[in-house]
Design a protein around this ligand. Structure first.
Ligand SMILES: Cc1cc2nc3c(=O)[nH]c(=O)nc-3n(C[C@H](O)[C@H](O)[C@H](O)COP(=O)(O)OP(=O)(O)OC[C@H]3O[C@@H](n4cnc5c(N)ncnc54)[C@H](O)[C@@H]3O)c2cc1C
Length: 409
């Protein structure tokens, strides 16, 4: 695209999820004018929690987002792993101050709506970023000088051109399909039910400022308090069939009877927590093989569009944030020299592809370990009991260590 000498390059972003909003902030810092196109007419994040691990929180601090979460996010004191069958404690890992010291950045849990608000505030204060809602990407043309997008905006067909297109449009990415970068993610055979309840409705053990992970045969349960301990976030995952629901998965209601049936052999205290929920939502867990590449011409993918992953390491959003940090760094001008689109995308993919693929694969494996049954589960539990907390932390170093140094190599 022909530009005047002082005109900024234009990046187009499909999708205003965690990944798209973080990428907009990162690309603006790298000198782009950014347009985000979001299909939804309003941005209402689901009533659910999200873990923000240290490998993501440092990047959110760089992007001017983390301080906006200060009073709203909670720093759990530890991770506690328990047996779903007996309730017995299997393993603990210190978090809080010890996590911050070890991995340089905090391990946090937050309400998704609070994270989204923090990202949106930062985006709205950045004059180089423009967010269009009710704007669905329907087609694209990858040209030698950039990208032309076809959009359905407020009921009308429109076209828009840019130097770069980032497909941050989630696991069912249309950009991935239109750029012929790979096939869609599929149902993994596991269903997640999630809920938030007032703390006064939760049994005492679920009120502690910690992340609890319970492991059972073909099932597991995660809970942690949010918003200063006033509410408790619950995610219950079980193997099963997906009986359908509308496109807006987070809004698909769940039936308490299904949850209690899936967890019927569980310890009574865990079941008490599940019984305290009056409003479940359900979600099909998606998975996909790693894409051979994420970029084609001036188009690239980011977040779930590039690497949908099972949530067993709670890393999907964190990886989208890492992608955003790496994408911005890949286009940071070297001296006076602007980085070409082709070179920048190659830098981005080189920094991120292997790590995201490793986490995608490890998440799948972690799911198998979490859901073991019979003698294999017993062996797992004995191994967990034998692990001292320091060794548990060491096992997470590769995941939680600050990646920002690698973005600029
Ligand atoms: C049960 C569960 C628990 C999880 N827990 C965690 C956790 O604790 N920590 C963590 O880091 N991750 C977690 N994840 C993963 C995390 O939620 C996702 O990886 C993350 O939200 C992906 O963000 P994204 O921006 O890539 O995609 P999305 O959030 O899917 O955003 C994509 C956006 O693109 C828009 N869009 C789609 N198509 C179009 C189009 N054609 N035109 C325009 N816009 C479009 C959508 O409306 C949407 O707003 C969890 C996932 C599950 C299922």
């Amino acid at each position: 695209m022909a530009r005047t000498p002082h005109e900024k390059r234009r990046a187009l972003i499909a999708g205003a999820g965690i990944g798209g909003l973080a990428a907009a902030l990162a690309l603006s810092r790298a000198g782009f004018e950014v347009d985000i196109f979001e299909r939804a007419a309003t941005l209402d994040e689901a009533g659910a929690g999200v873990q923000i691990p240290p490998n993501a929180s440092g990047i959110l601090a760089d992007l001017g987002v983390l301080h906006r979460l200060n009073n709203k996010a909670l720093e759990p004191e530890r991770l506690l792993v328990r047996s779903g069958a007996s309730g017995a404690e299997l393993m603990t890992m210190p978090l809080g101050r010890e996590a911050r010291l070890r991995w340089d950045n905090p391990m946090l849990v937050a309400h998704r709506a609070d994270l989204q608000t923090a990202l949106l505030e930062a985006v709205s204060e950045d004059r180089n970023i423009h967010l269009a809602l009710d704007a669905t990407i329907t087609g694209l043309e990858n040209t030698s000088s950039g990208v032309t997008l076809q959009l359905q905006m407020e009921g009308e067909e429109q076209e828009c051109t840019g130097d770069l297109l980032v497909g941050a449009d989630g696991a069912h990415s249309i950009v991935r399909r239109l750029a012929k970068l790979g096939i869609a993610a599929g149902f993994s055979g596991r269903v997640a039910w999630r809920a938030i309840i007032p703390v006064q409705d939760a049994p005492a053990f679920a009120r502690a400022p910690e992340t609890a992970l319970w492991l059972g045969a073909k099932t597991h349960l995660v809970h942690y308090p949010l918003r200063g301990g006033s509410i408790v976030n619950i995610v219950a995952i079980a193997e099963g069939e997906w009986r359908g629901g509308d496109e807006n998965f987070w809004a698909t209601p769940g039936d308490a009877r299904d949850v209690l049936h899936a967890f019927r052999h569980w310890d009574i205290s865990a079941r008490k927590l599940l019984e305290a929920v009056t409003d479940w939502r359900r979600w099909p867990l998606l998975d996909a093989a790693a894409l051979p590449r994420w970029s084609q011409g001036a188009v690239t993918l980011l977040g779930d569009a590039a690497h949908p992953m099972l949530p067993f390491f709670a890393q999907g959003g964190a990886q989208a944030i890492e992608d955003a940090g790496a994408l911005g760094a890949a286009f940071m001008p070297r001296g006076w020299q602007e980085v070409s689109i082709v070179r920048g995308l190659a830098n981005y993919e080189r920094t991120r592809h292997a790590r995201a693929t490793r986490i995608q694969t490890a998440s799948r494996k972690q799911g198998m370990i979490y859901h073991l049954s019979g003698p294999a589960a017993l062996v797992r539990d004995i191994g967990m009991r034998a692990l001292p907390p320091e060794m548990v932390m060491a096992r997470f170093d590769w995941l939680y260590e600050d990646q920002r140094g690698a973005f600029f190599t």
